[in-house]
Write a protein that binds this ligand. Structure first.
Ligand code: ASP
Length: 299
């Protein structure tokens, strides 16, 4: 793998290799300093809290160093420089690049002429492969497997790069997928066709209540209001994804609850105390998954 651009580029074997490497790092007393003398550039042209800091922390923990364009105002892209030229330039400074952009496909454009590995850290409604890796890793770690599980993806399935990517990455395993959303923001045809092409089936429902007793894991993502012209409508739809403790009480004991965060009208705070709530633990797991990925790209 040269660049990490999409959630469907990994084989099952590659995914399991990353998870095993992440687990080994997480279990080790000391993190091997494999990135000494190497530089990670984080180029974030869209807001981020966790993803940028998680990438930077991972590189620092591996003994590497970090340079950063933390927002869209602080680079010459703001003066109109092209993504390709910016890519060529950062190529000479960094050994590896993590990039977030507001539009689908922009990371592909950026990486066209460069040899430095580029990791897509979120491109509009496109993909966010490392978020998917860390969520899958969390489920894999908790259940000890992915095959045979029933996984619910709830929320803005239409616009959420996280939910869209989860469905594609999970196609490498023998899982039952359930998309939980009102018709207005249901999973788009591109992802459904992808699943069909891989021989994978999925189920579509409108409410969590219909399937809660079946689920082994549930990932929910807020309404992605940034992609809506009618913000009021977005708000109204978003309220349908609020999840209370009571709604989850019928769920399995080993149900894993995930949310890529920020949680905006998803799990109520009362859910945090449930042993099934793993969304903050996933943030810790993200460090080991990103370390494993950096090691595999530069190893
Ligand atoms: N942090 C995730 C993302 O960048 C989820 C979100 O923003 O809702 O896609």
């Amino acid at each position: 793998m040269q660049h990490i651009l999409s959630s469907d580029q990994f084989t099952r074997e590659q995914l399991l290799e990353i998870f095993n490497a992440a687990k080994k790092l997480q279990d080790s007393k000391e993190i091997p300093q494999t990135m000494k003398g190497k530089i990670l550039a984080t180029v974030f042209l869209e807001p981020s809290t966790r993803t940028r800091l998680s990438f930077e922390t991972s590189m620092l923990k591996l003994g590497g160093q970090v340079i950063s364009i933390p927002n869209s105002e602080s680079s010459s892209l703001n003066k109109g420089e092209s993504l390709e030229d910016t890519g060529r330039m950062i190529d000479s400074y960094a050994d590896i690049i993590a990039m977030r952009v507001p539009k689908k496909g922009q990371v592909n454009i950026f990486s066209t002429h460069i040899s430095t590995p580029v990791i897509n850290a979120g491109d509009g409604t496109g993909d966010h492969p490392t978020q998917n890796l860390l969520d899958l890793y969390t489920i894999w770690k908790e259940h000890g497997k992915l095959d045979g599980l029933t996984i619910g993806l709830m929320g803005d399935c239409c616009n959420s790069r996280v939910l869209r990517g989860m469905a594609k990455m999970l196609a490498e395993f023998d899982c039952k997928l359930i998309f939980i959303a009102p018709p207005e923001v249901q999973m788009r045809i591109d992802v459904k066709s992808y699943l069909k092409s891989k021989g994978k089936d999925y189920k579509i429902v409108e409410s969590l209540d219909e399937v809660i007793t079946d689920l082994d894991a549930l990932e929910v993502n807020r309404i992605r209001h940034e992609y809506f012209e009618d913000k009021e409508r977005a708000k109204e739809i978003g309220k349908q994804f609020i999840i209370s403790k009571q709604m989850l009480e019928k769920g399995k004991e080993k149900l894993i609850l995930l949310d890529p965060l920020p949680r905006i009208n998803t799990y109520l705070e009362e859910v945090d105390e449930m042993p099934q709530a793993k969304y903050f633990e996933a943030v810790t797991n993200s460090l080991f998954v990103r370390m494993a990925l950096i090691n595999s790209l530069l190893g």
